[in-house]
Design a protein around this ligand. Sequence first.
Ligand code: HEM
Length: 503
Amino acid sequence: MRQVLPRDKNLPPVVFHYIPWFGSAAYYGEDPYKFYFECREKYGDVFTFVLLGRNITVALGPKGNNLSLGGKTTQVSAEEAYKHVTTPVFGKGVVYDCPNEMLMQQKKFIKNGLSTEALASYPPLITAECEHYFEKELGFSPTSPGPKTIEVFKIMSQLIILSASRTLQGKEVRESLDSKFAEYFHDLDGGFTPLNFMFPNLPLPSYRKRDKAQKSMSDFYLNIMQKRREGATDGDGSFDMLAALQGCVYRNGVPLTDRDIAHMMIAILMAGQHTSSATSSWALLHLAHRPDVADALYEEQKTLFGNPDGSFRPVEYGDEKRMTLMNSIIRETLRIHAPIHSIYRKVISPMPVPASLSAPSESATYIIPKDYYIVAAPGVSAMDPRIWKDANVWEPFRWSDEKGTAAMALNEYTTGGEKMDYGFGQVSKGTESPYQPFGAGRHRCVGEAFAYVQLSVIIAYIIRNYSLRLETPDGLFPKTNYRTMIVLPLNGLMSLTKRKQEV
Ligand code: HEM
């Protein structure tokens, strides 16, 4: 009805839809970026769409990112947007099931657990997991060099959980991965889908499984903490997140309970698992698709780590910063395949939209009403042809000057006469940045440094030892599946062939 009535000029324009409650669900769900770019053409940077009964206001571009991600806690709330889906999975009392002030302190505790000292101990452990997995699970050896075709996301998911549990999650989790822990993870993960996001409490078997798995996984961590306290196990002496969180105390003097820690461990596991599995999968698919970049990456490994006998020195902490091309590959992969396409907040008090973002032809500025959701889609500014040259082309060299491909570098971004020069290969991490795969503002990711270490060690292991080939059914680069919570490749098949060691 409101589409036919004259529009309140203070409200952002509403995306046209035929079915009132259903709104733009199909259009958005199928390809959110296509939807965002097309709506921007029609309605400008700020518009509202209806998604299964909810009013969702989208604010695009760096200024739109800032509006939402830099929003005040009196105006926008992540807890109100997410807790119905995250609390049944993570558990009570942490992350979005507590006041924002407590989450901020929990993030500090997690950051302490990701100290330089901790990260420094991880590369050899991650490499050992890769060696074991490729030889024992995938069966590669000098006499069985492949090619073997793999479904890349499946393999990367396993490597990510193996390496995250060997490092952050601790030895006991790693040892239980072959049995019950994997089962809990599977059932819990089944509770983290778009269906759960839209309908938190359906009487479905997957919801019951989720709840049972949450309790079992939480008890599992409690049991480890208890055993460590009794001295029956001490991890293996290496520093892990469980050790870092035990003994943490909130500013008001209240300590984290074992149950809080268990729930934070689940949150950390879930936050890093699909994001890093997706990113490594996309990076490897691009390397298989662009042999010139794969060759250059192999050369970078040889230059930095090659021994005269053709073997490689192990990657150590700090090395990931010296791997210029590796870094550029991860950055560029995250530019066009940010795992999270829409970052939601609930509007908790009416939110004025700055005049520069309201449509120029309108006389009034927009107000986003209370109880609407506001969405940031940093992927839109990260792939915006107004900001980036060849915006849709995966071109890691755009981040470095090495090949002199200045044509691929960031454009100067100009808006409303105001000029923002993000610099050559440099991008701000602020809330008004065109590049935010890790989010921005108070909810910005705390796992970035860990993700870079994990991804670069895994990709280094693979490129040193294997050559890659795309094996998609149509020979083309895989399309994207947006129907999952995380942006994944569809039919991401590739083959690996063990390299002969050069002497
Ligand atoms: C938050 C992306 C890996 C832990 C976020 C956010 C994004 C993001 C976009 C902001 C969400 C929001 O504003 O609503 C990524 C990507 C990753 C990654 C792209 C890997 C490539 C990790 C890892 C961990 C982690 C490995 C744990 C070690 C967190 C936590 C938050 C967060 C605790 C804070 C949530 C909040 O404050 O609301 N991540 N993440 N992430 N991430 Fe990550």
